[in-house]
Write a protein that binds this ligand. Structure first.
Ligand SMILES: [Cu+2]
Length: 193
């Protein structure tokens, strides 16, 4: 009698153990499944963020490239405009807009710079054009109107130091010779029509 009871209890305990274990397992499984789902969601979100980053980067790059292309196009356009203003026969500037003449590099020490002392040294322009002399040399220069190192008083830049400029607007037709007060071998001519 005692033995039977003990056996029953043992069987019951065993069954209870099996049932509780399987229940626990299913709880675990559910929990694990949830974790798995949340991990998947995290990974998904991360992927979305990465994709968006890549997309934004691509857009920024595309915009940069577009802007660069526009700038290049404008540069080319400006260059073309300037070039069309040169006289097709002589290649000299025929601009009605502003013209720049450089006081050339080394012109202060090179007594034989001749027609390269000012670049360009012989310029043809229309009435109303402003010429800007730009000193690209290291020495100071002048653009003084006159001939044979004698000022005629029409225009005088005064001393134009390295990197500086002087501008003069030509309102009357005519031929204007000019030179540099400190380097009289530097001569140039402006023809206004
Ligand atoms: Cu000079």
């Amino acid at each position: 009698m005692n033995t039977k009871l003990l056996a029953s209890i043992a069987v019951f305990a065993l069954l209870a153990g099996v049932v509780s274990t399987s229940m626990m397992q299913s709880v675990y499984a559910a929990d694990y499944g949830m974790k798995d789902a949340s991990m998947t969601k995290k990974t998904e979100t991360k992927a979305k963020v990465e994709a968006k980053k890549t997309e934004t980067k691509a857009k920024v790059e595309a915009k940069k490239t577009e802007t660069k292309a526009k700038v290049e196009a404008k540069k080319t356009e400006t260059k073309a405009k300037v070039e069309t203003k040169k006289d097709s026969a002589t290649g000299k500037a025929m601009a009605s807009d502003n013209v720049t003449v450089e006081m050339a590099k080394g012109a202060g020490s090179n007594t034989s710079c001749a027609d390269k002392c000012y670049v360009q040294s012989d310029v043809q322009i229309k009435v109303g054009t402003t010429i800007t002399w730009k000193n690209v040399d290291t020495a100071a220069h002048y653009a003084t109107s006159g001939k044979d190192a004698t000022s005629d008083g029409i225009f005088d830049s005064g001393m134009v130091n390295a990197g500086k400029t002087f501008s003069y607007k030509f309102d009357k037709a005519g031929t204007y010779d000019y030179f540099c007060m400190v380097h009289p071998w530097m001569t140039g001519k402006v023809t206004v029509s």
